[in-house]
Write a new protein. Structure first.
Ligand code: PMM
Length: 332
């Protein structure tokens, strides 16, 4: 599947049209900060489980440079059980409403159409569906009706079974083909191409090495012409990469520097957005990638840190805010 007006080069030119204008004009890869309102996420389990704590955390991530906030109420950690829909609604809606009313661009991380619709009513501008519409047949219609941007992630099954579904020939070709099927279903339901973002679904039915080809060959997915979101933050494959000499995986909070490195490489490869728990490192990384690319294209300066937040750029030796608590969160 290729979008008819796909770009010839691997740069983030395609952006989902329904998003606020300032997110279109950033001229760089966007950073989505994760606000998990769950008691049990692998990466950040329970830290922001009350609405007040979740809202405060979201505001902190905005201050660190997040362009979007992804609010989720159901853990997708391997083996996790499903959350009743009423619990999911009760967790995410007050947080979405509070953050949207403060001007944040809010995404809802859900596989349920009823949650997506309610979240959009409360101000969400993007639906982030890790199942790409497979978990709920009503999701494509909800996306078509609301007209919001929609992330269709590559997915093969819920968290309690996904590790058994890691069966690929050429993982990149297989993921692209399965995402093409999702796009066909979305189109058939009336979803416009300009609403759609694709995501290779790192860690989902991919517990190990199959994540790396998806990153290394990201330009192939980008070349299909849809904006691409990459969610590598704190995932298990990074824990394995950074394992101690005795083979013990690095814990989630020790994976943030590797996450920022992936952000820089994904941005250079043309990713539209990265989804991360620790925002400051990735906010810097996307600016490095943009300046690098702009210089290569003949421009002297890429967009600075002040471009989206309306503040003056920090002096060279100014300290950027540090997330003191950033050491106990994800791992799909
Ligand atoms: N990963 C998690 C949750 N939501 N959404 C998208 N689009 N892509 C991802 O890779 C993704 C996601 C994993 O959950 P976590 O927040 O507990 O790490």
């Amino acid at each position: 599947m290729t979008r008819p007006d796909a770009p010839a080069t691997a740069v983030p030119q395609r952006r989902p049209a329904p998003l606020p204008a300032h997110l279109h004009d950033a001229g760089r890869t966007l950073v989505m900060g994760v606000v998990n309102v769950t008691p049990d996420s692998f990466s950040d389990g329970g830290r922001w489980f009350t609405p007040n704590a979740a809202v405060a955390h979201g505001l902190e991530l905005l201050d660190q440079g997040a362009d979007l906030l992804d609010v989720g109420g159901e853990s997708t950690r391997p083996g996790a059980r499903r959350v009743p829909v009423d619990d999911e609604l009760a967790r995410v809606l007050p947080v979405i409403e509070a953050l949207a009313s403060r001007g944040a661009a809010v995404s809802v991380d859900t596989t349920r159409a009823v949650v997506a619709r309610a979240a959009v009513e409360r101000g969400a501008v993007l639906v982030n569906d890790v199942s790409g519409g497979l978990a709920d047949d009503d999701m494509p219609a909800a996306v078509a009706e609301t007209g919001v941007a929609y992330v269709a992630m590559h997915w093969r099954g819920h968290a309690d079974v996904m590790d058994d579904l890691d069966d690929y020939g050429d993982v990149v070709a297989d993921v692209r083909a399965e995402l093409a099927q999702r796009v066909a279903t979305l189109r058939a339901a009336g979803v416009a191409d300009h609403q759609v973002v694709l995501d290779p679904g790192l860690g989902f039915a991919k517990p190990g090495a199959s994540n790396w080809p998806l990153l290394a060959r990201l330009p192939e997915l980008v070349a299909d012409g849809f904006p691409v979101l990459v969610g590598a933050s704190r995932k298990r494959f990074l824990g394995h990469l950074l394992a101690r000499p005795d083979g013990t995986p690095a814990p989630p909070l020790a994976r943030d520097r590797a996450t920022a490195a992936i952000t820089a490489l994904a941005a250079a490869a043309g990713a539209w957005c990265v989804r991360v728990h620790e925002v400051a490192g990735s906010a810097d990384a996307v600016r490095v990638a943009a300046a690098w690319r702009a210089a290569g294209a003949g421009a002297a300066d890429g967009p600075g840190r002040a471009d989206l937040r309306g503040t003056t750029p920090p002096e060279a030796d100014d300290e950027l805010p540090v997330d003191e608590d950033a050491s106990m969160r994800s791992s799909t």
